[in-house]
Write a protein that binds this ligand. Sequence first.
Ligand SMILES: [Fe+2]
Ligand SMILES: [Fe+2]
Length: 300
Amino acid sequence: MDRPTAPVTEGAPPTVDHARVAALMASVKELPTLPAIAARVGTVARDPDSTVRDMATVIGQDQALTANLLRVVNSAYFGFIRRISSVFEAINLLGYNEVVKMAFTVAVIHEFHYESANGFDRTAFWSHAICVANASQALAEQLHCAPRDDAFTAGLLHDMGKLILDQFFPDAFGEILQLIHDEGLTSCEAEMGRLGTTHAEIGEWIARSWLLPEATIATIRHHHEPAEQRCGLPNSNDPIVDVVQFADLLCRAEGLGHSGDPARPELPDPPLAHLGLDPNSLDPLRQRLAAVAAETRVFL
Ligand SMILES: [Fe+2]
Ligand SMILES: [Fe+2]
């Protein structure tokens, strides 16, 4: 497998941050790649002329994905009385978008399957990622401010830089987790102090090597930065960045999984006011997310 090449923003010079991340990543032999099947599922999903059968065929060509997907669909979470035995049937029962989301999630989780030397709690990690993905999608739909599928993808992948740190820099990441625990630092503070970069910058690097859309890249890069501190990328101030940033805060505040920093942050008051969010709409979302978090294990 080829190592992803240094990411460069089209039309803009590499930033200092890229140089720091590049120096760190130069020691990594084989970075995870966007699973080919996830890319193909995304291509078919974006094609307005594609049919349910096209999607079922693409997913069905990957035996591991099909098996994992059917395992999820047949879990108690969905509560079907009879066994679902084909992707086509799953799409008909659950809907096209739901199965596409599930296929993408299953494929990405599978790509990041490794043994953690730090005992990094990946059940909590994926619970957090899946909840943020669902919250981002729900908010993007409700506020009509970003494509729902892009919001889901950005939410799912926003913290993937931490998996890179845990997998390829286990000693440093172990110290970072300890610093967060012992000194109450944020993830970014501990990472910057120990490595001179953050999971958000590393996530940007990976997202760029995966050729994800620019708005998704900007979201991953800026998900911890207030709007006035974001700079350097063409999509730094797109609404999707605000939506995923708030979804991340909401899920952490609710204790719905975590990615190594279980402290519960304060929510902005009022939340996402500039996008017109009705704060009263958050309670039903909280309830839905709690149900999603409770069933994360079916994906692992
Ligand atoms: Fe993060
Ligand atoms: Fe997060």
